[in-house]
Design a protein around this ligand. Sequence first.
Ligand code: F0G
Length: 457
Amino acid sequence: MKLPYIEPYKIKMVESIDQSTPEMRKKWIEEASFNLFKLKSNQVMIDLITDSGTGAMSDKQWAEIMLGDESYAGSSSFFKLEKTVKTLTGFKHFIPTHQGRAAENVLFSALVSKEDLIPGNSHFDTTKGHIEYRNATAVDCTVNEAFDLEDNYPFKGNINLQKLEKTLQKYPGKIPFVLLTVTCNSNGGQPVSIENMRDIRMLCDQYGVGFFIDGARFAENAYFIKIREKEFANHSIKQIVKEMFSLADGMTMSAKKDGIVNMGGFIAMNDSELYKNCSTFTIMYEGFVTYGGMSGRDMGALAQGLIEGTTFEYLESRIQQINYLGDRLVEFKVPVLKPFGGHAIYIDAVKFVPDIPKEEYRAQSLAIELYIVAGIRGVEIGTLLADRDPKTRENRFPKLEMVRLAIPRRTYTLSQMEYVAVALKNIYDTRKEAKRGYEIDWEAPIMRHFTVKLKKK
Ligand code: F0G
């Protein structure tokens, strides 16, 4: 018999989980205006709201915390991190930032002007927010396969080259760069192939525009390339990572994901002028260029996290855990996005609660139910997140309405995944009763899903 996979680590320290009952959670979610972001963490039993900054650091990362050099300028922790990032990505310049959206803010301050267009696969919400805040437009050129939840296409994060070329042709001088998010979070944590990246590079060269990667989950993307793209089957993860970044001009990074740290980010690029420009914005917004909003100790932990996060053994175990949850849900007939993503399982709320009208926030309704029944906190990836059109102020109804269950790195066990699967099965078996959702009581003008207040319909 084939031996099952095991996690390539053992647990040295544990954190207790506060137990609660459905009655307690019903009261808490009402007090939180039916917004899961407003819950206190001790009101949650299994927290799958994000995989961002919620992973477990290793003993070696904690050792780096003790070695941190907190010098304002020229910290040795900075040089450790700089060397690691340059070796891993091959980019010539590196600037730390306090998290991913800060990296976006600095890079876009240097590159994005009013009325520009930034084509890419589906942009993450903070990325889109930083683009729209500058009165520019994010253009989604994702492949059509991505919008069919049942389609098993292996690289649903890919850009449709015709859509991209049309945009490049139509708006000469208005496109500073193409932005590729790997893996593509907004489309279900789906990977992008090297083949697609090579084609994007060619188009960018042809039309004289830059090519940047949002690399929050670059290591998970490299893992999928290794197992799904034949040419790279025998490459190491680190070789694939190098190949991916060799095709781009630079990157933004939320290190809270594949860097396996609680806080951090960076920008890396080849162009020296751009580096100088970004350095100025970094000093204004983040801090001096040898810390950029990060503590020395955090830079050390990140350097170590990047090394651990790009090993095959670690990635294999991470993806196996996601697959375990996904496979159980499929067995229970719960409708989920396929193939499973690299950092999360996405539940198809349209199929799950078809009787709730789309104007009543179906995916949010399902996420609230999952919280009340089992204390599991997921996040809505649907109409609330899609927000209003900045010009017409109308609700944008996205093609996909999902609840994302993001799995923190090295944090939960398989029995906790089993608990999540069974909770969803139980809700699925009684779903016919769900007919009404929620309406908005109050919302912010931008990125409303974080602070929105809802009322029961
Ligand atoms: N890009 C991607 C693809 C992301 O998923 C995120 C964050 C960011 C950029 C912004 O990075 O949070 O460090 O400022 N995603 C988190 C999530 C919040 O839950 O998916 P940040």
